[in-house]
Design a protein. Sequence first.
Length: 401
Amino acid sequence: MRPPPWLGSGALGRDLTLAGASLVGGLVLHALGWQPQFRPNPVVPSALFLPPLLAMCLAVGLRRIAPRGSLATGTGALAVDAALGGSLGTILIYTQVLYDACVYGPPRLWRWLLRVTIGLSLIGAVVGVLVVGEWRGVAVGVPVVLVGLLPVLTGVSVRQYRDQAAAERARAEQTARLVELDRWQAVSAERARMARELHDVVANHLSAVAIHATAVLSVPGLDRDQVSSALRVIRESSVQGLAEMRQMIELLREPGTSGGRALAGDGTVVPEAVTARLAEADGLVERIQAAGLAVRVRTDGTPGPLPVGVDLAAYRIVQESLTNALKHGTGEAELTIAYRPAEVVVTVENPVRRGGAGLPGAGAGLIGMRERATLLAGRFSAGPRDGRWQVRAALPTGEGG
């Protein structure tokens, strides 16, 4: 059974109940005549032992809210009681006060109490030997050990156990916060990756669709062949966009629910949606040219196998750069792919259309390209250069020196 809330751990009612129980026990011992323990003055009235007993019980009630005040009150009550001859109930309750001072008081308090009780125990033993004149005199220090040192040692042990438990609890909470932070960062990174992929998959094809749809609607007097050519490009871009979107959806599904898997060069299973390669740039250029952008392609070095991440990033950067050239340029662009010993460098340059006319953009493409290069520890730059717009990305391949 659980105790009522007012008796729960840390509740004031619990301290007051303990103080009341101590008072009842002390009164029972008082009624049994178990005082004084020593009789310096045989004519001391029995009622004089009650005020120290009440003060000692008050000290028990103050154990949590005022540990120093509780110790001071209890020590004063013990001194008065000892001067009267000492009563068993007051002495026993004082052991509780010492214990509580070590458990609930500040660290300096229990360290001070430990030194004091050890010192008093040694002094009592030495004085007993000197007075009695033989080693049996150490028994004088035994009451100090029982009443003072043992409660302090017990309180210190419990205090250290509680402090260790609190430290472990704080460490567990910190670990839980770090795990939650890692999860949140992983979710954010995954959302950013999905945003890049969706932008590259959808926006590029929709840009070609929008450009040709605009041309059909805005240019009067187009003949049947011109309209058919524009619609053909619109259809091809739409079909290609749907195909890549389908691959993206397959990637986001639970593993094992469908195909959509391929093997990388090292035998690693990778999603089909990330198997776009820089070697397929020719097909990308053909689609962009069909959309109305004249692209000159130049290759430096010998093409070779690239890491999957680098291959995909380079392809997407080329795709986004050519799409931007189609939307904002003058109808021509130059693509350079340089295969170097430790990196692959892709560069796209195009003249900038005067007046800034073109399809609107949110700037997500440049952000996505920069993020792709940064994730691979590569270098990326985009901006005007000699009257032309240049996008340049250098992606390390992990080979060479």
